[in-house]
Write a protein that binds this ligand. Sequence first.
Ligand code: URA
Length: 273
Amino acid sequence: MESDVTWRGVGIDGWTALALLEWQGEMGVDEAILDAPIDRTDLPAPKPSAPPATVTAKAPPQAAKPASALDLRGEAVAAARSLAEAAQSLDDLAEAQQGFDGLDLKRGARNFVFSDGNPAARVMIIGEAPGEEEDARGKPFVGRAGQLLDQMLAAIGMGRDLPDATRAVYIGNVLKWRPPGNRKPTPDEIALSLPFLQRQVELADPEIIVLMGNTPCAAALNREGILRLRGNWTEAFGRPALPMTHPAYLLRNPIAKREAWADLLSLADRLKL
Ligand code: URA
């Protein structure tokens, strides 16, 4: 086939170009930085650089000791905590977190994804982070995993859109911005998001928390290993919590739905539904 496009000076056909573009999308690339692309294979040769200037020995300036990465992280977490603690309502909290600049994720995401469902619900479900669909729509759990979550909840008579707080759920994520390419959140991203999540739980004040997958368990329990943790009631943010396998895991491993069903029944039993 004749080549339609030139990529790095090599002619490639349209199908290859499309595959390359899709691959970049999967890696999290969602915008070009410049208005026009630069063909780096066609740039003028760089000018030879000037010989290095002679450096005369000088006493080194008494620079302030650079802050370590740990100090900087500690300061950013403290800033997150004071913003979160000052919030007196969920709306205030969402505004405060959206304005927080300590996380680079914010710059790559399309939308800030704070919550969905009924904030007065008895149950709060905590997931990991927005995916592509959630990032596009600004709501948690609205992609394929979210649809499965809705079906799971419906199976025990619960749902995010139910007006009755007894059967409604409130939904949030540990991270409120999508990690590029849906990669796993880093420990720093979790640490910087945790003060806001903790305040979100305090303000929503659910009776029971469901931790969907490893990331919420790492954030709330400081433990991972969801396949061992699932189904065992524990305590998170000072209230009863049930770790469960994430619906995205269930989509990849349908055989695990049997255990997820047992966990849902345990939740329904606890709520006396
Ligand atoms: N997975 C999550 O953990 N949260 C979402 O909002 C979507 C997918």
